[in-house]
Design a binder for this molecule. Structure first.
Ligand code: ADP
Ligand code: MG
Length: 375
C-alpha cells in the first residue's frame, strides 16, 4: 500500500489529483499540500512512502534534495505538465524515482509506480546500439538472443527498439503481430512520457519487450530523427538494458542511435573476404569519438571455427580488439526462428548460446576482460 503525499501548487490540479489518488487501488492519500514549506514542515507525522511532487517552474534539483532530507525513506515521483528529457535526467540524478505528466489517471499512476519503483532508472541504462557496415550481418539474431540472455541473468528490464526501419524483422523473430510499432510511437511521442510510451513495447518474455519496426517500408518517412531520439531517451527511463537495431550503414538513423549509445557494437558476418575491410572503414568513421576505444566494440558472426585463435586472428587483421565472435550455426538459428523462440532458450548448451552468454557477462560486468561504465 502506498501512503501518498501530494504536493501541488495549483489548487484545482490538487483537487483533481486528490480524486485520482483516492480512487486508485493500492494508494492511500495521507497528506496534501499546496505549499512546499508546509509539506516539509508538517507532513512527516503522516509517514508517507510516496511523494508526488510538482516541479513545474521550480528548482527541481534543490526541491528534491530538501524532500529527500526530510523523507529519506519515501520515493519521490515528480509531476510536470510536459515531459522533457533534460529535466527527467536531472531529477533522477537528484534522487527522484521518475516523472509523471499531470493530470494523470489511476491507471497511469499505477503504471508509473510499477515502472519507476520496480524497474531501473535512466541513470542506470546501458544503451547498446548494433551497427552493421552492410546488410545481413546477423545482428537481429544476436540482439534477440542477447536480450534474452541479459534478462535471464540479471532479472532486470531489457528493451529492444527495432529501428532498422526498412528491413525491421524483430517482430518476425519473436513471432509478434504488433498493434503499435515505432511508427505509432514516433507519431505520438510529443504527447508521451516514459510511462505512456511503455505500452507501445510488446512483451516477448519475462523482462524483455520490443518496440517493433515498421510493417510497411514506405512508413519509414514517418519516423523523424528528432522523434526517434525522443523515443530513445524516454526508453532509457524504462530499461536497464536498451538494445537498438539500426539500418545497415551510415545513415541519419544509425548515427542518431550511435550518438546516444553507451556502447556501439559493429557487427559483421563472415561471408566473403570483405568483412574486415568493411569493419575497418566503419571503425575509421567512429574514430572521431574521443572515447571511441571504450565505446566501440567489434563483433563478428558466423565465425568458423569459433575459438580464441580465430578471434585473435580477426583482431590482428582488423588492428582492433574483437569483443565477441558468434559461431556459424545456421540450423539452430533458423530452427529457433521457425519456432518463434530464441536459440539460447532452445539449446542453452549450444556454442551460439555460450558465445552470447559470454557477451552478456561482459556487458553486465560479470566478465572480467572489459570494464563497462554506466553512462
Ligand atoms: N551465427 C549465425 N550463423 C549462421 N547463420 C546466421 C547466424 N546469425 C544469423 N544467421 C542467418 O543470417 C541471416 C541474417 O541474419 P539476421 O540476424 O537477420 O541479420 P541482419 O539483422 O544483419 O540482417 C538469417 O538468415 C539468419 O538466420
Ligand atoms: Mg535485421
Amino acid at each position: 500500500m502506498y501512503r501518498v503525499m501530494l504536493v501541488e501548487r495549483n489548487r484545482l490540479m490538487l483537487e483533481k489529483l486528490t480524486q485520482v489518488v483516492q480512487g486508485t487501488n493500492g494508494f492511500e492519500l495521507v497528506a496534501r499540500y499546496q505549499s512546499v514549506s508546509d509539506a516539509l514542515g508538517q507532513g512527516t507525522i503522516f509517514n508517507p512512502n510516496l511523494i508526488l511532487l510538482d516541479i513545474e517552474e521550480q528548482n527541481s534539483v534543490a526541491l528534491i534534495a530538501d524532500f529527500l532530507k526530510v523523507y529519506p525513506k519515501a520515493s519521490i515521483l515528480c509531476m510536470g505538465e510536459k515531459w522533457k528529457a533534460e529535466s527527467a535526467s536531472h531529477i533522477v540524478q537528484a534522487g527522484a524515482r521518475g516523472y509523471i505528466i499531470k493530470p494523470f489517471t489511476g491507471v497511469e499512476l499505477q503504471e508509473a509506480v510499477d515502472t519507476f519503483l520496480k524497474l531501473g532508472t535512466e541513470a542506470g541504462c546501458e544503451t547498446l546500439v548494433f551497427f552493421s557496415p552492410k546488410g545481413k550481418s546477423g545482428k537481429t539474431t544476436l540482439i534477440a538472443n542477447l536480450a534474452t540472455a541479459l534478462a535471464r541473468k540479471t532479472h532486470e528490464q531489457v528493451g529492444i527498439i527495432d529501428a532498422d526501419l526498412q528491413f525491421g524483422d524483430m517482430s518476425v523473430f519473436f513471432n509478434l503481430a504488433p498493434k503499435t510499432t515505432i511508427v505509432e510511437a514516433a507519431r505520438d511521442v510529443k504527447f508521451l512520457s516514459p510511462v505512456t510510451l511503455h505500452p507501445y513495447f510488446m512483451p516477448v518474455m519475462q523482462n524483455v519487450s520490443v518496440l517493433c519496426g515498421t510493417a510497411t517500408p514506405n512508413l519509414i518517412d514517418k519516423v523523424s530523427i528528432r522523434r526517434f531520439e525522443s523515443i530513445i531517451s524516454m526508453s532509457r527511463s524504462l530499461f536497464r538494458y536498451l538494445l537498438i537495431d539500426v539500418p545497415p550503414g551510415f545513415n541519419p538513423t544509425s548515427i542518431a542511435a550511435a550518438e546516444q549509445s553507451s556502447t556501439t557494437f559493429l557487427v559483421s558476418m563472415i561471408n566473403d573476404a570483405y568483412e574486415i575491410d568493411h569493419m575497418k572503414r566503419a571503425l575509421e568513421i567512429f574514430q572521431d569519438w574521443e572515447d571511441y576505444q571504450e565505446r566501440v566494440k567489434a563483433i563478428f558472426t558466423r565465425v568458423e571455427p569459433c575459438n580464441s585463435q580465430s578471434q585473435q586472428e580477426l583482431a590482428r587483421k582488423l588492428g582492433y580488439p574483437v569483443t565477441a565472435i558468434i559461431p556459424n550455426e545456421y540450423s539452430i538459428v533458423s530452427d529457433a526462428a521457425d519456432n518463434g523462440k530464441m536459440a539460447t532458450d532452445i539449446r542453452p548448451d549450444s556454442p551460439l548460446a555460450q558465445s552470447v552468454d559470454r557477451l552478456a557477462d561482459e556487458i553486465t560486468g560479470r566478465g572480467h576482460r572489459i570494464r563497462w561504465s554506466v553512462s
